[in-house]
Design a protein around this ligand. Structure first.
Ligand SMILES: CC(=O)N[C@H](C=O)[C@@H](O)[C@H](O)[C@H](O)COP(=O)(O)O
Length: 222
């Protein structure tokens, strides 16, 4: 298995439409993750991967989101190559049953033959996705896309049942990802077999956290 210790992974990504849009935010979040003892940082686009890689000592998981495709996380070899050349130690790939431009088998083979030292994280949405991709032996399977495919839309997050089912069935380590916001949920994921847990929005999109407090005020005291 490519090196990724057990623990907490922080996803630091800028989302279109968010009030924060500068790379220094991503870098400072990644530094904070490293300082606090997180085991890896997950970030998108080559320029952010490069900036984060230059600033932290922990592994970087790179991806590219391309909404031209239904399978939108690192859908082609070119996307993967860009983040790997920028310094990604792992690349996250959309391994759902959504429509894709290149067959998964081909994509895995291309990445493995060009970059044998780079780990592959299979982002899946349900157990059927995980079973299908397990034949390609990804280094990790992450529950990232549960709730984001037509066949998992509306599924409540975090999906700890999915983590539990996968951890029992699969010999590949499972990364719990998607919708983790409380210590209790993270603890629950580890207790149910997660190898690592990714936390993004709850930490790295502060306007969403702030809005919860603001909404409470307007709802109850105004
Ligand atoms: C679905 C999708 O595009 N997920 C992305 C994957 O890289 C990120 O936007 C998420 O922030 C990440 O998965 C962590 O999840 P959460 O932000 O819920 O803690």
């Amino acid at each position: 298995m490519r090196k990724l210790p057990r623990g907490i992974i922080i996803s630091c990504q800028l989302e279109p439409g968010d009030p924060v849009q500068d790379v220094s935010f991503i870098v400072n979040m990644a530094r904070s993750a490293d300082y606090a003892g997180a085991v890896a940082v997950r970030t998108n686009n080559a320029d952010h991967v490069r900036a984060v890689k230059d600033s932290v000592s922990i592994p970087v998981i790179g991806l590219v989101k391309d909404r031209n495709y239904q399978a939108f996380i690192t859908p082609t070899f070119e996307h993967a190559r860009d983040v790997i050349k920028a310094g990604a130690d792992f690349v996250a790939i959309d391994c759902t049953r959504s429509e894709r431009p290149v067959q998964l088998k081909t994509l895995f083979e291309e990445i493995r033959s060009s970059f044998p030292d780079v780990g592959i994280i299979a982002d899946i949405a349900d157990e059927a996705d995980a079973e299908l991709v397990s034949a390609l032996r990804p280094d990790f399977i992450a529950t990232t896309l549960c709730g984001y495919t037509p066949y998992t839309l509306g599924c409540s997050l975090p999906n700890i049942e999915l983590v539990r089912g996968l951890s029992r069935k699969m010999s590949i380590p499972i990364i719990a990802e998607g919708g983790y916001t409380t210590l209790e949920e993270v603890q629950n994921a580890f207790q149910n077999g997660a190898y690592a847990v990714v936390i993004g929005t709850a930490i790295t999109r502060p306007w969403i956290t702030i809005k919860k407090f603001v909404d409470l005020f307007y709802k109850k005291f105004n």
